[in-house]
Ligand binder design. Structure first.
Ligand code: ATP
Ligand code: MG
Length: 368
């Protein structure tokens, strides 16, 4: 057991480029944790197996997006000297663990997972039929987390049910087979909007599958187009002088997630903080155009350096390949170690050495 160590496991599905929801919900926190120096190991898993559970007919999409996700990681400042990047499908221990853990979970329990329930509806699986692999992906996430002995899992709010499921599996495993697995804890952002950033349409969470995203690699022109063209404000705020609502107003939701007091000094010095700006909007006299312009400036402050760094990495894909290859090789060793420990606890380590020969001989003696 290595539970005195502080180990992080987190990751993303390679189903598209990463977006602002990933940034505020998870990536920014990962960079802070990496720089804190408080962690013995940080693993970031590109979950291609999980991505295949709802993209079975589109393996090319998954293959292509591994590089996009890696480029997004590197360009937000995740540092290959401090973080181990790895690819899920190349770690066979994860498949074996998933298979063993499936016996510790009931289908009734999996059906109650609210995130999976919503995703089943969204993907049309309720009508077309539900792939077993998709239904069971929370079990494979438990395998991912426990295989690295992770005790800290920084994620967005939609992942809390997965962490709960993992903790139940760990507790059940340890109860039946003896204390073997580390009990993990989720860390979610303190800021409510950052936990679940809505899409530019303000409806659901920003999600690659819903096409309501601002991507970290979008050009300034696209960002501007998304904010000016797609973001709803307050439909009752028709003229500038009308009083407006800031609750449920997507522009203000994004400002809640992204803006800081110093942004006002730089871009909108007539206010000292977001609350002052909101008060003016509610009173009337502050136009949507001005709010959107400010938001674009605030977003660009985050996005411009990321875009710049991505452009450099894009010229060096050989290095990106080497980073992910060496990370995956290291992760294979670590996860194989956990699998051995698990198989020993489950008494299925028959061929580790020849001790079972003695056991079988004694058994046969006692049977006579
Ligand atoms: P997909 O649509 O393929 O599921 P996704 O956009 O939901 O993609 P994931 O790869 O499933 O992205 O999520 C990776 C991580 O990012 C998770 O920790 C998740 O909680 C976080 N995350 C994703 N979207 C958001 C969001 N809109 N707000 C906050 N966190 C998010
Ligand atoms: Mg998702």
């Amino acid at each position: 057991m290595s539970n005195e160590r502080n180990i992080i496991l987190t990751g993303d599905r390679p189903t598209g480029r990463l977006h602002l929801g990933h940034y505020v919900g998870s990536l920014k926190r990962r960079v802070d944790l990496q720089d804190s120096g408080d962690f013995d190991e940080i693993y970031i898993l590109i979950a291609d197996d999980q991505a295949l559970t709802d993209n079975v007919d589109n393996p090319r999409k998954i293959r292509d997006n591994i590089v996009n996700v890696m480029l997004d990681y590197l360009s937000v400042g995740l540092d290959p000297d401090k973080v181990t990047f790895c690819v899920q499908s190349q770690l066979p221990a994860l498949h074996a663990l998933t298979f063993y853990y499936m016996n510790l979970v009931t289908t009734a329990r999996l059906s109650r997972n609210p995130t999976v329930k919503a995703e089943i509806q969204m993907r049309g699986f309720a009508d077309e039929g539900l792939p077993v692999g998709f239904f069971a992906y929370p079990v494979s996430q438990a395998a991912d987390i426990t295989a690295f002995d992770a005790n800290i899992v920084p994620v967005g709010e939609d992942q809390l049910p997965m962490l709960e499921q993992t903790r139940e599996i760990v507790e059940k495993f340890n109860r039946i087979y003896g204390k073997t697995l580390v009990l993990p804890k989720a860390v979610i952002p303190e800021n409510e909007t950052q936990r679940r950033l809505p899409g530019v349409d303000g409806k659901a969470k920003m999600s690659k599958s819903l096409g309501n995203c601002i991507y970290l690699s979008d050009t300034p022109k696209t960002v501007k187009k998304q904010v000016n063209g797609k973001m709803f404000t307050d439909p009752t705020h028709l003229r500038i002088e009308d009083p407006g609502h800031t609750e449920g107003n997507v522009v203000f939701t994004y400002l809640d997630a992204f803006c800081q007091d110093e942004d006002f000094v730089e871009f909108l010095p007539e206010y000292s903080c977001l609350e002052e700006m909101k008060e003016h909007y509610r009173r009337g006299g502050l136009g949507d155009g001005k709010c959107k312009k400010f938001l674009i400036n605030v977003l660009e402050k985050t996005l411009a350096p990321i875009r710049e760094s991505r452009a450099k990495w894009e010229k060096d894909i050989d290095s990106v390949y080497d980073i992910i290859l060496s990370g995956t090789n290291k992760a294979r060793e670590v996860t194989n170690g956990t699998l051995h420990r698990v198989e020993r606890a489950m008494q299925i380590n028959y061929f580790e050495d020849r001790t079972i020969v003695k056991e079988w001989e004694n058994l046969l003696k006692s049977q006579h």
